[in-house]
Design a protein around this ligand. Structure first.
Ligand SMILES: *[C@@H]1O[C@H](CO)[C@@H](O)[C@H](O)[C@H]1NC(C)=O
Ligand SMILES: *[C@@H]1O[C@H](CO)[C@@H](O)[C@H](O)[C@H]1NC(C)=O
Length: 339
């Protein structure tokens, strides 16, 4: 990981890295968070995004199964559902579906299968009783999935062919390393726990625990930049809820990485499979032209109410999503780019 260190790390950049440790093993989490965007900002450093022979998520559709862990409000759920529906539905340009089609979908595996362009929310499960408590270890997230697929009377389908599971935790739920090193992660289930190997991701609502880390830029940065000042003004969240709009950012990040590296043997940069640098890690903190340096998000749009967004979704929604490493352009890219 040493070669990934930026030349001018700052506390803010280190915290921004929190979002990005989306891998994989405990080893990855123990490593110091590293901000990698200096990389792409000056464009002169080599990014060795490589294919490692494994599959990408290609099911058409890929069935998403949502597990609402803890106490959830309907309004928050509606935002996240609309974001997921927007991945493969038309909306005014630049749309969430443009963001997906123009980058994650450009990754293919050795069978010639591209990352899917079609997601369907195929099932939802509410775990309002905190089946594994309000403080989860990383491995417990798999047990939460197990509980959902074996729930009585309404189990989630166990879908080994084209399923992916999303565990979404409410603001009161603690997860190992949440707010310290990670805001979300993706991995795959173990047959010994869940019965089959399927990709999954976990994203936490940081509203009360660490919005300045995991819902930045919708909350003031929890740690200040190099000059001791806030890197930029707090942005107004497009759906009026910093915790949930922050989850959209992390969910987009994790979905892009889960889809291009579901078994952690497909697309990543760096030499360390236990701490892969994936397509969203490379563009952490970049939301528009000029973003990424010094905690600036870049050039994004303003809605009439002043909220910040860079893509449109279904039901007239707007969202802010981070840019992703585009293999054709060899650069971070989003559909709101001016070129
Ligand atoms: C699939 O990936 C290849 C390789 O990057 C790309 O050229 C092609 O346009 C992609 N196909 C679709 C439908 O996006
Ligand atoms: C930001 O966006 C505005 C409006 O689209 C454009 O005029 C301006 O040139 C952009 N700035 C940068 C740095 O790309």
């Amino acid at each position: 990981m040493g070669k990934l260190l930026p030349r001018h790390p700052s506390p803010l950049l280190l915290l921004a890295a929190a979002i990005c440790i989306s891998s994989s093993s405990l080893a990855a989490v123990r490593g110091a968070p590293v901000y990698r965007a200096d990389y792409l900002v000056d464009g002169n450093q080599l990014v060795d995004m490589q294919y490692h022979m494994g599959p990408v998520v290609s099911g058409t559709p890929t069935n998403l199964y949502l597990i609402w862990y803890g106490r959830w409000e309907a309004a928050a759920q509606a935002v996240l559902r609309d974001f997921l529906a927007s991945l493969s539905a038309p909306a005014p340009f630049p749309a969430v579906s443009d963001w997906w089609a123009r980058t994650p979908r450009m990754y293919a595996d050795q069978t010639g299968a591209n990352v899917t362009g079609a997601f369907a929310v195929a099932g939802e499960h509410s775990d309002a009783g905190y089946s594994h408590g309000a403080s989860l270890r990383r491995i417990d997230v798999q047990s939460v999935i197990r509980s959902a697929v074996y729930a009585y009377p309404d189990p989630l389908p166990l879908d080994p062919y084209s399923g992916a599971y999303l565990v979404l935790t409410s603001p009161d739920v603690q997860v190992d390393e949440f707010c310290r090193a990670v805001c979300g992660f993706h991995y795959f289930t173990f047959a010994s726990v869940v019965g089959v190997t399927v990709p999954y991701a976990w994203v936490g609502n940081s509203a009360t625990q660490c919005p300045g880390k995991c819902a930045y830029p919708f909350a003031a940065a929890a740690e200040y930049g190099a000059g001791g000042a806030q890197p930029q003004a707090v942005l107004r969240p497009p759906n009026g809820d910093a915790g949930v709009d922050g989850m959209v950012i992390v969910l987009g990040h994790e979905l892009a990485e889960m889809s291009t590296n579901p078994l952690v043997n497909a697309w990543y940069a760096g030499d360390t499979p236990t701490a892969p640098t994936e397509i969203a890690d490379l563009c952490l903190g970049v939301y528009g032209d000029g973003g990424g340096a010094g905690g600036l998000v870049g050039n994004v749009s303003r809605a009439p109410d002043g909220s910040a967004y860079n893509v449109n979704g279904v039901n007239g929604r707007r969202f802010l999503v981070q840019w992703l490493w585009n293999p054709v352009r060899g650069a971070c890219y989003g559909p709101n780019s001016s070129n």
